[in-house]
Design a binder for this molecule. Structure first.
Ligand code: BGC
Length: 468
């Protein structure tokens, strides 16, 4: 009787702790929400901003991409900050800056002021995009780690959808000030939520606060043996000093994993995903939907398809592996963009061509969300050796934002210079090329342990065999 009772209470304690982990991670993943809100908000506001300030396509591109320039800076800055003041306080600074910068954008009296506000907003997003996955991976027990990294991507897509919905709600009045300002509220909620979160145990140990680290782990892990093992592993890992730049210069094998991370993020951005995220209303306009109302609802559908399709990846990633999913994704994206280009080429004049164009656009989103969206972030977190993990992930996150900037800043110029169909064909060709790049350089990491990947890397095995 008493042992049955003991078993029951141990079980209850176990599920209570799992609940704690999920709650902690859910709050931290809200940082992904900020990332998404920011990506999504501009597409709806841009047409109204352009109208009020009479700005050219060039200035519009800068309004869009100034945020990404800031985010690249923020990613670099946070590599240092997460180490110096810890993950929790970095996230709090990110959330506070995000709230302030949203207010600056909302009250902008002219385009220059707005561009400045968006650089600040970007710095906040850059901090979130580097720190959140790092914190999640350090808080989650090993068995939930993959799911938690995907949770971050899921929150990004939810953030984009929420922004699209809010854009649509404010579009009746055309009030872009509110569109840009309202995202300060979730940031404030995140700030409040973050107060409740523990520090990362790994960071606490790195600043020699072992007792506190132990207390945090006691809250989040079910059995005390697990805590001992984890603390021992962290202690061992910390013996190897993180030598980012020095290691990069001295170790050619580490250089290979850094370049692979950078290449992966360039591929993710050059799929063209953010061209759709930022300029969706414009693309719906090209597809024959003239009214702002129709265009905004179109973007809401894009956002919803993006969220829904992310679940495909979450369900398949540990069963099928990363590479098969990437092959399918790049193929779907290449085919759908080629189709969209073809429709624009023959002219979208009938109901049928319009339907095909919209279907192609949505299929492109499915292709991305089920593959390159989550998969690239997962791979980037898996391929770096412990000794250079902070440096490697900061470098690939930085390049994600640089490539994002290039795509955002050139889209309208590409449309105007090469033509509509040709621009989408260019992106289709890039996606086709990425099938080959995946074949040649991307490792299958599905059932490999991180230690095994590191051993293969340092032994000089070809990149595509790192997981074998
Ligand atoms: C990308 C973002 C993109 C988002 C779309 C993320 O993985 O890094 O650039 O906007 O997915 O869902």
């Amino acid at each position: 009787m008493s042992s049955a009772h003991h078993g029951l209470s141990a079980h209850a304690a176990g599920s209570h702790k799992r609940f704690q982990v999920v709650m902690t991670c859910a709050i931290a993943a809200l940082a992904g929400l900020l990332f998404g809100l920011d990506i999504g908000v501009i597409s709806g506001a841009l047409p109204f901003i352009a109208k009020q300030f009479h700005v050219s396509d060039k200035v519009q591109e800068w309004i869009v991409s100034s945020m990404m320039v800031g985010a690249a800076l923020g990613a670099l800055l946070s590599g240092w900050m997460a180490k110096a003041i810890g993950r929790k306080y970095s996230l709090m600074i990110g959330a506070a800056l995000f709230a302030c910068a949203s207010a600056v954008c909302a009250f902008s009296p002219d385009p220059r002021f707005l561009i400045g506000g968006r650089v600040l907003l970007g710095i906040a997003v850059g901090i979130a995009s580097f720190t959140a996955p790092l914190y999640l991976s350090e808080i989650a027990p090993r068995t939930m780690r993959g799911a938690m990294i995907s949770l971050n991507q899921l929150m990004i897509t939810v953030g984009i959808l929420a922004a699209f919905l809010s854009n649509t709600a404010f579009s009746g009045t055309g009030n872009w000030h509110w569109m840009l300002g309202v995202i300060a509220f979730p940031a404030l909620a995140l700030l409040a939520g973050l107060l409740l979160l523990p520090q990362s145990p790994r960071w606490l140990m790195s600043v020699r606060r072992e007792k506190e680290a132990q207390t945090v782990l006691e809250h989040l892990r079910t059995d005390s043996k697990e805590i001992d093992v984890e603390m021992r592993e962290i202690r061992d890992q910390l013996k190897i000093t993180q030598e980012g730049w020095g290691l990069f210069r001295s170790n050619p094998n580490f250089r290979r994993s850094v370049w692979l991370g950078v290449l992966l993020q360039i591929m993710q951005q050059l799929t063209g995903i953010n061209v759709v995220m930022y300029y969706a209303p414009r693309i719906f306009g090209l597809a024959g939907y003239g009214s702002a109302h129709d265009q905004l609802w179109g973007t809401v559908i894009v956002g919803a398809v993006n969220v829904a399709s992310t679940f495909i990846a979450i369900g398949l990633v540990d069963r099928w592996g990363r590479k098969p999913i990437l092959y399918i994704g790049f193929t779907v994206m290449a085919a759908s963009l080629a189709t969209l280009g073809a429709m624009l080429h023959i002219g979208i004049t009938s109901g049928t061509t319009q339907m095909v164009a919209v279907a192609a656009l949505l299929l492109f989103i499915v292709g991305f969300a089920m593959s390159a969206g989550p998969m690239i972030w997962i791979l980037c977190a898996e391929i770096q050796p412990i000794k250079g993990r902070d440096f490697g992930i900061a470098a690939s996150t930085f390049v994600n934002w640089i490539a994002n900037t290039v795509a955002g800043a050139t889209f309208l110029t590409l449309l105007n210079t090469f033509g509509h169909a040709q621009t989408f064909w260019l992106y289709a060709a890039l996606n086709a090329l990425f099938i080959l790049v995946t074949l040649r350089y991307v490792p299958e990491t599905r059932s490999a342990s991180l230690e095994q990947i590191e051993r293969n890397l340092m032994a000089g095995k070809p990149l595509r065999q790192l997981g074998q």
